[in-house]
Write a protein that binds this ligand. Structure first.
Ligand SMILES: Nc1nc2c(ncn2[C@@H]2O[C@H](COP(=O)(O)OP(=O)(O)OP(=O)(O)O)[C@@H](O)[C@H]2O)c(=O)[nH]1
Ligand SMILES: [Mg+2]
Length: 331
């Protein structure tokens, strides 16, 4: 299986949907999306440095651990940072630079393996199945992905596998029309696996490069609906042996710790291969991708930073951690 790498979209070379002044750059939007987590780091962790000449002892380490756990980075990353800081600074005067460096390197180590790559078919169409809970941003993320592919010169076909709501099919059709992608639709209430089957058949026959299949939102606790995802998967893999090449789980960045149970449920039922973290532009709790990536080995592939088709960026761990740590050392 090959890997497909998108270039980082350069806002200066693309027509923005809104005036540039209204739209902060990538880092600005990432920073605002991570503001809640960054704020905890900023206030709680910085408070620990305030006491002049304070030594690194058990009390300091416990306070640091508690502050870190209050972010969404998860207890395991917090513990690793405390251990590292304890080893590097034991009985010495608190050095904020060492603490920040430890946070940075620990989080980066946990986010490695996350890359802006998508697995693609060696030949024939690449099939991407998109899953997630209700309203997480699946259909919009599909539009954003489709735009990336069509901009790259690829021929894209969409499968309207959310047959639950008529409006869902309309929403995807609207995007397909705008983006110049073909769409395969089914009757409302029909079996989504049959729509997926028809979309893949058309993708093969029509020599499309990419086939992206939408699904209705569902909760990871609805076992019948989770089994339906398994069925869609099986139907696709009978048509193309190594498909779906990616099964993306779209998580709403504001889901916080709920993202952990979503990742667990969807990975098990649908064999998810990666995450799209949508809505990171709002007031979000995006730090949760650290434990999600670590516990479920689900790399974050893309982040959604707005409602428009161009508001998708490849996940960049360095920029992500830098945004989290913004201001932690500043007065
Ligand atoms: N601000 C912002 N809004 C987003 C983003 N992604 C999606 N949305 C909005 O979130 C809402 C839900 O998005 P959809 O793409 O319809 O979500 P869905 O998962 O397909 O929803 P269901 O099909 O109902 O389960 C819409 O109003 C989108 O415009 C994002 O990255 N940022
Ligand atoms: Mg949808």
């Amino acid at each position: 299986m090959a890997l497909f790498r998108f270039g980082r979209s350069d806002s200066s070379s693309e027509a923005p949907a809104e005036p540039a002044a209204d739209k902060p750059g990538f880092f600005g939007r990432l920073r605002s999306g991570l503001s809640k987590t960054a704020q905890v780091l900023n206030t709680d962790v910085r408070d620990l440095f305030k006491q002049e000449g304070r030594h690194v002892d058990a009390d300091f380490l416990e306070e640091l651990r508690r502050a870190l756990v209050r972010t969404d980075m998860g207890p395991s990353a917090a513990e690793a940072i405390v251990k590292d800081v304890g080893e590097r600074l034991r009985a010495r005067v608190v050095d904020p630079a060492v603490v920040v460096d430890s946070i940075r390197s620990t989080l980066l180590a946990r986010l490695t393996g996350t890359a802006d790559t998508l697995a693609t078919a060696a030949s024939g169409p690449t099939v991407i199945l998109v899953t997630g809970v209700n309203g997480s941003g699946k259909t919009t993320s599909i539009a954003k992905l489709a735009r990336r592919f069509t901009t790259d010169g690829k021929r894209v076909i969409l499968g309207a596998g959310d047959t639950f709501r008529a409006a869902a099919v309309e929403q995807l059709s609207m995007w397909a029309g705008r983006l110049g992608a073909e769409i395969v639709r089914g009757e409302q209430g029909c079996d989504p696996a049959s729509v997926a089957h028809r979309a893949v058949t058309r993708a093969v026959e029509g020599d499309f490069d990419i086939c992206i299949i939408d699904t209705a939102g569902r909760l990871q606790t609805q076992s019948n609906l989770m089994q339906e995802l398994g069925k869609i998967r099986r139907v696709i893999s009978k048509q193309i042996a190594d498909a779906p090449h990616e099964v993306l789980l779209v998580i709403d960045a504001t889901a916080g710790q709920n993202a952990l149970s979503q990742a667990e449920g969807f990975k098990e039922a649908a064999g998810c291969t990666g995450i799209v973290l949508a809505k990171l532009d709002g007031s979000a709790r995006g730090g949760v991708v650290v434990p999600v990536t670590e516990r479920f080995e689900l790399p974050v592939k893309f982040v959604g930073l707005g409602e428009a088709a161009e508001d998708l960026e490849a996940f960049d761990p360095d920029a992500f951690v830098a945004a989290l740590l913004e201001g932690t050392l500043s007065p």
